[in-house]
Design a protein around this ligand. Structure first.
Ligand code: SF4
Ligand code: SF4
Length: 456
């Protein structure tokens, strides 16, 4: 029996199940994007506004109600209505989606409006446009850096270079750039024998576990950019843990999930990447694989943002069969029993201050790590509350947003410092950056702890 039949109440495709579905054009001029029903169900309660971390620190930000339903109505009523530039101040944390009691598809409206603002209002020769484009296409920069990782890691943190980047591009010099791995996850994966190697290891694990050697347990791993280029240890833990439970893993061709592109209104870029990801994953799902992500923003993109924004063949198949990695194991394995029988006595035997990323909350996963590791001998995990970390991917890297990003993160930093130990834990790589930046703590992923408890 599984730990939880479904720890998540997340339903990516039918958020208003039971109600009549009638897609609506958000903006009549752009027929690419449809909205779920709900835009007209806003009754102006302002709950979304009071839950918006940007509005909390920025009195000039009009908040999600304006960015969503109000602007949508204005656009419908006035042909010449332009999208307000404040849409670029929304960090795309998606907390307003969860907060709305009426099911208004706020982040979908924001993403659509932001895409239209960038396409029609933002100058394509402006520094802001190019800064945002570079940040949104982190995968390209990281791919280049991975060719000379040591040099890139040094250059990206070289003081004078950072000063120039801030003055010319508007990328804050206050943050440390993450190190680039000297061996990417995908290089390691090839060295480990890729899918064929995984199949053999998974079969051996099944035998050890008393399961049929040819059991049908297989997953396709969406590792995302950060696990590939910066923290391959997360991807390695993901592989080891899944193989420990007898799953054969494949690592298909993939691009960026599109998360930083949505946040910067670069919807054409996001669509190009989504087409590759959906094609890869949909083919494997047809062959019986489930799609697994170790980053909660990546799983969010595949589950919610893709079907909300793109009418690509296979998009709903992918949305319905994508899971966050630990969520998947909680559904299909006796994870709690194994955890109760395990102990961590090595490098990771310590107290963790756990932060649930906003995008994990949107998938109903915010209590997962705390519940799971509560009975693990040798470690303690303390939830640091429900505040936003403030970085929101590329948002906190922008020079003009840096102070706001840190102000939003203050509550989380305080709670981390009040919690026991000096190590953080989260599933989101940019939340991890912010946690480390605000406290100086080492930050780990729940998969690394599972790996230490069950495999190593
Ligand atoms: S996505 Fe986040 S920042 Fe944007 S309007 Fe909603 S709550 Fe505010
Ligand atoms: S929470 Fe929902 S119903 Fe309330 S103002 Fe915001 S969008 Fe409208």
């Amino acid at each position: 029996m599984s730990d939880a039949e479904s720890p998540s109440t997340f339903d990516p495709v039918e958020p208003n199940a039971g109600e009549d579905f009638e897609p609506v054009d958000v903006f009549p001029d752009t027929n690419e994007f449809d909205l779920r029903p709900g835009a007209d169900s806003c009754y102006k309660c302002s709950t979304c506004d009071t839950n918006c971390p940007v509005a909390e620190v920025d009195d000039d930000f009009p908040g999600p109600k304006f960015q969503g339903p109000e602007q949508w109505r204005l656009k419908r009523q006035e042909d010449d209505h332009s999208i307000d530039d404040s849409i670029m101040d929304c960090s795309n944390c998606m907390r307003c989606d969860n907060a709305c009691p009426s099911g208004v598809p706020l982040s979908q409206m924001h993403n659509t409006a932001r895409g239209e603002y960038v396409a029609e209002e933002m100058s394509k020769t402006s520094i802001e446009y190019w800064r945002n484009r570079i940040l949104a296409n982190y995968r390209t920069s990281a791919w280049l850096a991975s060719k000379v990782p040591r040099l890139a890691s040094f250059a990206m943190n070289f003081g004078p270079a950072r000063w120039v980047m801030e003055k010319t591009l508007g990328v804050t010099k206050e943050r440390d750039f993450p190190e680039f791995a000297t061996e990417t996850f995908r290089e390691w994966w090839e060295r480990e024998g890729a899918a064929a190697g995984s199949r053999e290891r998974a079969r051996d694990a099944r035998e050890r576990r008393g399961e049929p050697r040819d059991a049908d347990k297989k997953v396709a791993y969406f590792h995302g950019c950060y696990s590939n280029y910066n923290t391959p240890e997360v991807g390695k833990s993901m592989i080891r843990v899944f193989e420990h439970f007898g799953y054969e893993v494949v690592v298909p061709e993939q691009k960026c999930s599109g998360t930083p592109m949505f946040a910067n209104g670069m919807l054409d870029d996001a669509r190009r990447h989504a087409e590759v990801n959906i094609s890869s994953m949909a083919d494997l799902i047809e062959e019986g694989y489930d799609a697994i992500a170790s980053c909660t923003s990546c799983s969010m993109a595949l589950r919610q943002e893709y079907p909300e924004l793109f009418d690509i063949d296979g998009v709903e198949t992918v949305a319905e069969n994508t899971f966050e990695s630990v969520e998947y194991l909680r559904i299909h394995e006796d994870l709690t029993d194994e955890i109760e029988a395990a102990a961590v006595d090595g490098d990771l035997a310590r107290e963790f201050a756990y932060h649930a990323p906003c995008h994990a909350r949107n998938q109903g996963l915010e209590r997962q790590a705390v519940e799971l590791f509560g009975d693990l001998d040798g470690v303690g995990v303390e939830d640091v509350g429900d505040s936003c970390s403030g970085i929101s991917g590329t948002y906190g890297w922008k020079e003009e947003k840096y102070e706001k990003s840190m102000e939003i993160g203050d509550e989380m930093f305080d709670h981390m410092e009040d919690a026991g130990g000096q190590t953080g834990m989260t599933e989101c790589p940019t939340c991890a950056m912010q946690m480390e930046h605000g406290t100086g703590y080492d930050i780990r992923h729940p998969l690394e702890l599972l790996d230490a408890a069950l495999v190593e």
